[in-house]
Design a protein around this ligand. Sequence first.
Ligand code: TRP
Ligand code: ZN
Length: 899
Amino acid sequence: MQLREATGPAMVIRREDYTPPPFWIDRIELTFDLDPAKTRVLNKMVLRRNTEVPAQPLRLDGEELNLARVVLNGGGCSFKMDGDALVLGSLPEGPEPFELEIFTTCSPEKNTQLSGLYLSQGDFFTQCEAEGFRRITYFLDRPDVMASYTVTLRADKDKYPVLLSNGNLVEQGELPDNRHFAKWVDPHRKPSYLFALVAGRLISREQRIVTRAGKEHLLQVYVRPGDMDKTEHAMNSLIASVVWDEARFGLPLDLERFMIVATSDFNMGAMENKGLNIFNTKYVLANSATATDTDFANIESVVGHEYFHNWTGNRITCRDWFQLSLKEGLTVFRDQEFSMDLCAEPSARAVKRIEDVRVLRTMQFPEDAGPMAHPVRPDQYVEINNFYTVTVYEKGAEVVRMMQTLVGRDGFRKGMDLYFQRHDGQAVTCDDFAQAIADANPDSELARQLVPFKRWYSQSGTPRLQASGHYDAAERRYTLTLSQSCPATPGQSEKQPFVIPVTLGLIDAQGQDLALRLQGESQTSRGTRLLVLTQASESFAFEDIDAEPVPSLLRGFSAPVIVDNGLTDDQLLHLLAHDSDAFNRWEAGQQLALRRAVQAVRAEGPVGAAPLDEAFIGAMRAVLRHPTLDAALKELVLTLPAETYIAEQLDVVDPQRIHAVRETMREQLAQALQADWAWAYEQHKDNGAYRPDPLSSGRRALAGMALTMLCIAARETGDTVWPGKAYQRFKDAGNMTDRFNALSALVVSGQPLAQEALARFHAMFKDEALVIDKWFALQAGAPDRGGNVLPAVRQLMTHPDFNLKNPNRARSVIFSFCSANPAGFHRSDAAGYVFWSERVLELDAINPQVAARLARALDRWKKLAEPYRSAAREAIARVAAKSDLSADVREVVTRALAE
Ligand code: TRP
Ligand code: ZN
């Protein structure tokens, strides 16, 4: 374990303090002698002074490096250390280039942080974003310093037959002592966070493709020997990504060779290093026997995401890390659009949108309301790794989506074209992006409202949108009043109005969209139209309306806001039955369920046996039995809002009561619709040969849900038929989705057969790490029954397959419990919090980035009811009291405890 400085004031980095770098680094030549214990790194750089800023010493970033030698223009030079920085004072004064050679060593085998150069199952990998390059060599490790890289790798030939870095392989050959080398030249300038190397025993699936310009490219997916049969889907996803970015945005692949490499030890999902993407195995490896439909879909979007970074992130990068959403928000938006465009059916697009919005609401809304709330473009940070958040990523993507909504799809394409025309090869800001989209669309609402629109970048917190309708029968006019407000967030007490695009339709008594004409307009439009709210409150009057309509607001979720639409249950039921917008049908169902959940949670006394009324149950039955609705949409509509989402509606949260209410609601739905679930299961369980397309995965999802509901209903009646069928299904399933759904049905419903099935599942897949992760996660995330999950989790941590150093495994047990199992975690005896604080400290000594993510499991402690609240605060304080915390964890717990 490395030693850290005892406390001291946290170094806060502020956006307003940005200054351009005092030096540029034009070229860098790196030579690595790779060795697990001691890797030698020779770094030859060509630098020059940036004469546009006042002269100052060169301060090179470094971390955990052993410095051996510094050479300036071939001779000696004086330098000093200032903390971690290497400082050179006496350098050439003019703008002419000079050469600096720095020789260091580092120890990859001791690197458990997985930032910089590290080992994974004996192979070398790097992770440089955000500030990992400084753990490899001294450098100006900031994204606005872009250099041309030449990299030579030398290593043992048998242990490391494959030697990879960014760009093109220009030379390779033999060396003495059974070693060999490979030399790579990256034709594109890049910031240091995009540097990568990989060395090890790997094999690759290869595919040659010809792009529109007639150029040939080599695509490769590298994995460990034995995993080749799990690479086809990743390769297909990569090919689809290349084709899509050319077709939708005119952006071609700019490299002769594009590589993806999978590693089982990775802090996040994947990394977009130029031409050499490095992926968590979870987002590469899949075949029908080991991966679920969700895994297949995730691989498609993460492969797309990293590939799309090649333009949005790599060709145009961030000026500083405050601009992170410039690349992440935009690239998430692009990967969401990619997955939607791959859907053949319009309803499948809506399903994807619902899934994305669900993530936003259950993860980002709570973040925006908690102690870590920050704007999409943050103003300050202590540790940048803490700001790779759902706000920067998912809310950032919503901000880009609103721009597209305001300028239209074609206008957005024009804006992207202008963005690349202006900024290709540069390190820029979120302002530059918004300006380009607006400038390309001078007559748009975005251009007119650009300054207020950009408050989406600067103001944190989730705006609330209130709608109320008034129908005037005499005037045949329907007036819709929209008002907005936004609660205070840390450091921001007053908020100015946001520019909120509100996509809407008005529905008549037959369920048809009305023709819409606003007061003062001459043209009428049928169906969906766009209103833009720019003030705190505005009214919109629709003319020629014969009877009071039901408004369908925020179709497709046109803005990341919390809506209070003021609709009655009957109006919501009408939307659920008829809305032409599939998203809003789902939304109406969620609101109906949410109202019932909140009412039952707030009620006095013990949780009633039947929180659901006949109208709601009947509506759910109608959806389940609907002749034309997609199975995937049915499954989403019939899924009750998550416990964390229910919690967000309340001022004081009792996690046990919320759990009890939601479980009761689910039991009621299971029993009341028993015959319908049986019908749904039989109708959807067979899907022929496995294909992960939206249609058949939707059918599997609905069949899986039906099986769970039937097992839940069976628990009440003591019936053994359905648990028996589930167990049979578990054994006979032809793919992992069906097998895991059956296993999960038994576990979730607490059937005695679950134990047998779990043991069998482990035996079947003991050599498949990603499947064993699922096995751990299912148990750690299981519904709590009388406090049984925590002891099970402690037991799982003693399992021979458990390994705290492997992030995927740590997440599968610890995060599945602390962050995804509220009722298991929030115990009245505080044992969940004790477990949490122990794990945060234990992980912090190994991997601060992962520890800091776990630390956020108690973000919302202030909302908890007693005794949870006091116990949670105590646990956080216990962590905060440690003197040798990483900056990562320190920042999270400090903010959590702040007033
Ligand atoms: N840029 C990566 C992405 O979104 C994120 C990432 C991968 C990352 N690894 C990381 C961020 C390590 C911080 C630290 O695609
Ligand atoms: Zn990204």
